[in-house]
Design a protein around this ligand. Structure first.
Ligand SMILES: *Cc1c(COP(=O)(O)O)cnc(C)c1O
Length: 392
């Protein structure tokens, strides 16, 4: 709620709910009400709330060091980069603090790579319609939505947008123009959870490489295991030149990571790019813990199993409720498309204690924490079932 007493810029429409604490997939508010958190702070709190192991390592780290800056070496940051790079199948990582910043670095890295190769004309970017890459000037330049862009123009010039899933349009653009990079989300998140097909992703890789264009995969929402593999593009067997990560990567702390193959990452030499907070030790310690949970303690398998169960449940609800047009997404990044506005339905979910997200007018998005249990999925499906009953 924004009132005259609120000193915050009114750029968000906040609901009048004040959470006091959380535990696992649940949140509690100051009126004693319990919520099932199937949004995870927009895909961020992948380990749920108040995870005992994460809390422990953060306490430990906070009692040792929070920040020393990138003027000095640090083994935690170094190990964190190694693990992230390996999980992506890439070599090098630049740390920042958010998704938009990770994409900023990707755009600069692509430009610098082409520049170093003497390709000084290769400055343009190709992106997809329905894309979302963040709100800073560079990331906004490759974001399609007119309402986000228009009031802030001029942005980076010469960004071209092509319709997603139209392989011919993509090939034509790449073959007739020169670009520094093509940037895309394997599942377009903010525009309504629209997955790109495996064949389209393969075409994107083949054609960008065939034309000297770098492929940047924005896995800020899809990456870090949310779709059941570390990267969503890995399911299509596609290895991009650059991958950007953020949302779930530090289990709730701010982090951004721009991962690249060696030759591309090495185009940024001392002085070319920087971030004061990037690689912050608390965030890196959290990311290391998150990656251990994911790969060494079975969390990635858990995402896959929970995602399948949730999707099956949504699909059977779609048999029962004709308002559900389809179920989209992968792993624990799922949405249902309705034949009616989704905001009132989402309000009904909220009243019954289920947090989800209405977007693109008629879609409802779910981004549960990776630790979500079977009973919690059943409960969420039951609440959804209730909320979709026509009013009698
Ligand atoms: C959330 C998101 C971003 C922006 O991340 P911020 O941390 O809000 O800057 C960029 N790309 C994708 C695909 C996202 O989902």
């Amino acid at each position: 709620m924004n009132t005259k007493q609120d000193a915050r810029v009114p750029s968000y429409r906040r609901l009048p709910i004040r959470f006091t604490h959380g535990e696992g997939a649940r949140l509690f508010d100051d009126e004693g009400k319990t919520y099932l958190d199937f949004l995870s702070g927009i895909g961020v709190t992948a380990l749920g709330h108040a995870h005992p192991g994460l809390t422990k390592v953060l306490r430990e780290q906070a009692g040792q060091l929070l920040h020393v800056s990138n003027l000095y070496d640090d083994p935690i940051q170094k190990r964190c980069a190694e693990k992230i790079a390996k999980a992506c199948g890439l070599d090098l990582v630049f740390f920042s603090n958010s998704g938009a910043e990770a994409n900023e670095c990707a755009l600069k890295m692509a430009r610098r790579y082409q520049y170093n190769k003497g390709e000084t004309e290769r400055t343009r970017f190709l992106a997809l319609e329905r894309s979302f890459h963040g709100r800073t000037m560079g990331a906004l330049s490759v974001t399609a939505k007119e309402a986000y862009r228009a009031p802030f123009e001029p942005l980076i010039p010469d960004v071209q947008f092509v319709p997603p899933e139209d392989a011919r349009a993509l090939e034509k653009a790449l073959e007739t123009q020169t670009f520094a990079a093509l940037i895309l989300e394997p599942i377009q998140g903010e525009s309504g959870v629209h997955p790109l097909s495996k064949s389209y992703l393969k075409t994107a890789l083949k054609t960008s490489h065939g034309t000297g264009t770098l492929l940047v995969m924005d896995e800020i929402q899809t990456g870090g295991g949310r779709t059941g593999s570390f990267l969503a593009c890995q399911q299509a067997g596609v290895l991009p030149d650059i991958v950007t990560l953020a949302k779930p990567l530090a289990g709730g702390l701010p982090i951004g990571a721009t991962c690249a193959r060696r030759e591309v990452g090495e185009s940024l030499q001392p002085g070319d790019h920087g971030s004061t907070f990037g690689g912050n030790l608390l965030a890196c310690r959290a990311a290391l813990f998150f990656l251990e949970e994911l790969f060494e303690r079975g969390l990635l398998q858990q995402v896959k199993a929970a995602g399948e169960k949730f999707r099956k449940g949504l699909e059977s609800l779609s048999q029962k409720h004709k308002t559900i047009q389809n179920v989209r997404g992968e792993g624990l990044m799922l949405a249902i498309e309705l034949d009616q506005p989704s905001a009132p339905i989402n309000q009904g979910l909220l009243e019954r204690g289920l947090l989800a997200n209405a977007l693109a007018e008629t879609a409802l998005r779910f981004l549960p924490p990776f630790i979500v249990g079977n009973e919690e999925i059943d409960e969420a499906l039951w609440i959804l079932d209730q909320s979709l009953q026509p009013a009698s």
